[in-house]
Design a protein around this ligand. Structure first.
Ligand SMILES: [Zn+2]
Length: 302
C-alpha cells in the first residue's frame, strides 16, 4: 500500500492514477497485520499525473518540479510502414498496424524552481500548436528561460521563430538561452544540405546561443548525452528521473522490441541503432521516464 504512489510510469500506470488509485497525501495508515501506525510523511509525488489539458499532460517529477508533454501536431500522426524499410514484411505485419505506427510531434516543458526549460520547439508557423498550448497552460513564451535542442531538424526548431512584420521573423522565446550540441551545429552550418532554416534560426539566436558537448552539465543539472545517429550530434537529456530522447524512436510500437531497426529518417542507421539500444538500456537500468518527440500521445514511456 505504501509503495503504490511511488514512481510508476507508462500509460498503464498513468491510467491507474487517473482512475484514482494514487493518493500521495495519505498519512497515518494502519498496518493490516500488526496494527502498527505507519506514518507517511511528504510521500514523493514523483510520477503522479497533475493534469491533462488539450494536447498536453503534466507529470510531477519532484516537489515543485514537473514535466509537461505538449503535442505540436494537429492531426493524428502515423509513421508509415515505408519509413521502416529495414523491417521485414512479416515483422511489420505482426504489429497489426496497417495504417502506420502511432506517433506525434512533441515538445516538453520542464518547470523547475519556478523556471521553465523547453525541450525542442516544434513546427512553429508550419502548423505547430506549441505556442497556443503554452499560452493555454498559462506560460508566456517570454517565461521560457532555456531551450535545449535535441537536434536541428525542422520539426524541432521551426517554432523558435515567428513572423514579425511581413517578410521578417523574430525570436519566439526572446528571453531564452538556446543550447545546441557543437557537432550538430557545425554539421548543419557546414556540411548538411538544405540548411537555410537552420542557418537563419541560429543567426537570429546568435546572441543567446550556447554550444555544448556530450556529458556537459547544463543549467538546472541537465546532463547532455550522446544519442548520435539520427543526426550527427543528436542529443538526449537527463533531468532527474526524466530522459528526453528526441528522435531516438519514430515507431515506438516497432522499435521498443526491435531497437536494431532504424527509421529511414536516421542519417546513420548503425549509429542510431547503437544509441537506441544503449539509451533504452540506460533508461531501464535507472528507471527513467522517457519523453520522446515522436512517441505516441502522451509522449512518455517507461
Ligand atoms: Zn523529428
Amino acid at each position: 500500500m505504501i509503495k503504490k504512489g511511488f514512481v510508476l510510469f507508462g500509460s498503464i500506470a498513468l491510467a491507474l492514477m487517473v482512475a484514482g488509485c494514487n493518493d500521495d497525501k495519505t498519512a497515518d495508515k494502519v498496518g493490516a497485520n500488526q496494527g502498527a501506525v505507519v506514518k507517511v510523511v511528504n510521500k514523493p509525488a514523483a510520477g503522479k499525473k497533475i493534469r491533462s489539458l488539450g494536447g498536453t499532460e503534466t507529470i510531477s517529477l519532484a516537489k515543485e518540479t514537473s514535466v509537461t508533454w505538449i503535442q505540436d501536431n494537429v492531426e493524428e500522426k502515423m509513421m508509415p510502414r515505408k519509413l521502416f524499410s529495414d523491417a521485414s514484411d512479416s515483422l511489420y505485419e505482426s504489429l497489426n498496424m496497417p495504417a502506420g505506427i502511432p506517433a506525434s510531434v512533441s515538445a516538453f516543458l520542464v518547470k523547475d524552481d519556478g523556471e521553465f526549460i523547453l525541450f525542442d520547439a516544434g513546427f512553429g508557423s508550419f502548423g505547430g500548436q506549441l505556442l497556443n498550448r503554452l499560452i493555454a497552460l498559462g506560460v508566456s513564451p517570454d517565461d521560457i528561460g532555456f531551450v535545449y535542442l535535441t537536434h536541428l531538424h525542422m520539426d524541432h526548431i521551426a517554432g523558435l521563430i515567428k513572423k514579425d512584420a511581413p517578410g521578417s521573423v523574430t525570436k519566439t522565446f526572446k528571453n531564452a538561452a538556446l543550447y545546441v550540441n557543437k557537432v550538430e551545429y557545425d554539421a548543419w552550418m557546414n556540411s548538411i544540405p538544405q540548411n537555410e532554416l537552420q542557418k537563419k534560426i541560429m543567426s537570429i539566436y546568435k546572441d543567446s546561443l550556447h554550444l555544448f558537448e556530450f556529458n556537459d552539465e547544463l543549467p538546472h543539472g541537465v546532463l547532455a548525452m550522446d544519442a548520435v545517429g539520427h543526426t550527427p550530434g543528436h542529443t538526449a537529456f537527463q533531468f532527474r528521473n526524466l530522459l528526453v530522447i528526441g528522435d531516438l524512436m519514430h515507431g515506438y510500437a516497432l522499435q521498443k522490441d526491435h531497437p536494431e531497426i532504424s527509421s529511414n529518417y536516421d542519417m546513420d542507421k548503425p549509429k542510431a541503432a547503437e544509441s537506441r539500444k544503449r539509451i533504452m538500456q540506460y533508461a531501464r537500468d535507472n528507471k527513467l521516464l522517457m519523453a520522446g518527440m515522436h512517441l505516441p500521445p502522451p509522449g512518455f514511456v517507461k
